[in-house]
Design a protein around this ligand. Structure first.
Ligand SMILES: [Zn+2]
Length: 488
């Protein structure tokens, strides 16, 4: 029995209750920017270091230190804002958001408040709708509390704190409160995630916390213009968790409202094991944070030329690429969306089609079945840096495999010899999987004797590099860079 069915309002079926109340969802997404160093100091911005290894007096909040803005973080935020159609403000202001928490040694977070970096913009949904954005602002991340011993093991009655994440550059992307369903919320996040990878603004790694979502939900009588009381579910770090948490919250609020009671404004957390949300604390209002302009930083003034430079390096965005695939290659909408899901996959497909223009349809089928299945079996996500790429041809045209492989590819496409798909599309010895061989599971090592990664070739050795390689697919984007200034 669902929560709605167990209400004290037996006169209304769950469907009627659903129809009587309209769902209103707003999302706040925190995205870690892909920089070399932190937002206001020169500590490395890197996941996976030993706890408290990447810290300095600035990000530990020692008295007398001064922040210096990471200019590359600002550029990435501008690029992202432009990709999302926002209006970038020529002048924005950093502000202190004051609160006390053990993972925030300064006692305040540097954020932006009434003069954010960018406003407006929208994200198109695959279903045809649009999610309008309210604002995008820059801020710094807080540290992380550990409630277990690193590496596992209980820590009863105590918590540890790791400050490595303190000061990592973030953008917060806030939607207008007008998403109507958990499914649309999930679709919005997935599209936003694609934009992060397309633009190179973030690595988008949700397991490592590069994208975290706070989801607000309220209900109001159908047809009403007034927003109901909302609850906020904090720190969701998977698409599925966002959808599940919102579904649970909708049912829970429906239950309360149908019983004639009032929803309390509060912050809640999601528990993946039970699929339920539970109350954390009553929700803070903006005035609880006593925002004021950050006295140690001047206003962020952006010249037209600086904004223009970011506009110039914007790649073709996922929805535009998807539409072009549909129109140019005669693909169905869902096929075009799948193939444009990541730059690496789209580039892979287009290079194959460039070599065999008449085979766009067959190659699409092939990539969507054989290649994606192969990647799935090997647990390689078809996105930046982990997707096997064609080696550039010696003819310098960038055609797959140079002069050799297109011939094999044609045979496969023409005659449907899909058993040879792997080798012919470059997934054999010439593929360059960006995986560290030492991490391969026993199963993967066994399989590697049959196909992908059969030899430890030059590409695989390159895959061992510790520094993430710049995405090779798509337009060339400015690389990671650090501060222009030096902390005083
Ligand atoms: Zn630091």
């Amino acid at each position: 029995m669902s929560v709605a069915q167990s209400t004290a309002n037996p006169g209304l079926s769950p469907a009627a209750l659903d129809a009587a109340w309209e769902t209103v969802i707003g999302l706040e997404v925190h995205v870690q920017l892909r920089t070399t160093t932190k937002m206001f100091c020169r500590c490395e911005n890197r996941f996976g270091a030993e706890p408290n290894e990447l810290v300095c007096p600035v990000c530990l909040g020692y008295p007398g230190t001064l922040p210096v803005t990471n200019q590359h973080a600002v550029d990435l935020a501008i690029r992202l804002a432009l990709a999302l159609g926002c209006e970038v403000r020529p002048r924005s202001v950093f502000a202190r958001k004051n609160y006390f928490y053990p993972d925030l040694p300064k006692g305040y977070q540097i954020s932006q408040y009434d003069e954010p970096l960018a406003e407006g913009g929208s994200v198109p949904l695959p279903s045809g709708g649009n999610v309008r954005l309210h604002r995008i602002h820059l801020e710094e991340d807080a540290g992380k509390l550990l409630h277990e011993v690193p590496g596992g093991g209980p820590l009863p009655g105590r918590s540890l704190v790791d400050f490595n994440r303190c000061g990592v550059p973030l953008v917060e992307i806030v939607t207008e409160p007008e998403i109507r369903s958990p499914e649309d919320a999930q679709a919005y996040l997935q599209t936003l995630h694609q934009v992060l990878l397309y633009t190179g603004a973030s690595d988008g790694n949700m397991e490592e916390g590069s994208l975290r979502c706070d989801a607000n939900l309220s209900l109001r009588p159908a047809g009403s213009d007034t927003l109901g009381t909302k609850t906020e579910v904090k720190n969701l770090n998977s698409f599925r968790h966002v959808a599940k948490a919102l579904e649970y919250e909708r049912e829970r609020q429906l239950h309360i409202l149908a019983a004639g009671a009032r929803v309390e404004q509060e912050t809640r957390s999601f528990e993946p094991a039970s699929g339920a949300t539970r109350s954390l604390r009553s929700k803070e209002e903006a005035h609880d944070y006593r925002y004021f302009p950050e006295p140690d930083l001047s206003a962020l003034v952006l010249t037209e030329g600086r904004i223009e430079r970011q506009a110039e390096v914007l790649p073709e965005l996922p929805w535009a690429k998807s539409a072009r695939f549909r129109d140019s290659y005669g693909l169905r909408a869902e096929e075009a969306a799948l193939l444009s899901g990541s730059v690496a996959l789209a580039t892979y497909y287009e290079r194959a089609v460039a070599a065999h223009p008449a085979g766009a349809r067959s190659i699409a089928n092939w990539v969507m079945t054989e290649i994606l299945r192969e990647l799935k079996e090997r647990k390689i996500h078809p996105r930046f840096r982990r997707f096997p790429r064609f080696r550039q041809g010696s003819d310098s045209t960038g055609s797959p495999g140079g002069h050799r492989r297109p011939g094999r590819l044609r045979r496969v496409v023409d005659h449907g010899r899909q058993g040879r798909a792997e080798r012919s599309l470059g997934l054999g010895r010439d593929a360059r999987p960006d995986r560290r061989p030492s991490r391969a599971t026993p199963g993967a090592r066994r399989r590697s004797t049959r196909g992908l990664g059969r030899r430890r070739d030059r590409g695989q050795r390159q895959g061992r590099r510790r520094v993430p390689r710049r995405p090779q697919a798509g337009p060339r984007l400015p690389g990671r860079a650090g501060h222009e200034g030096v902390p005083r």
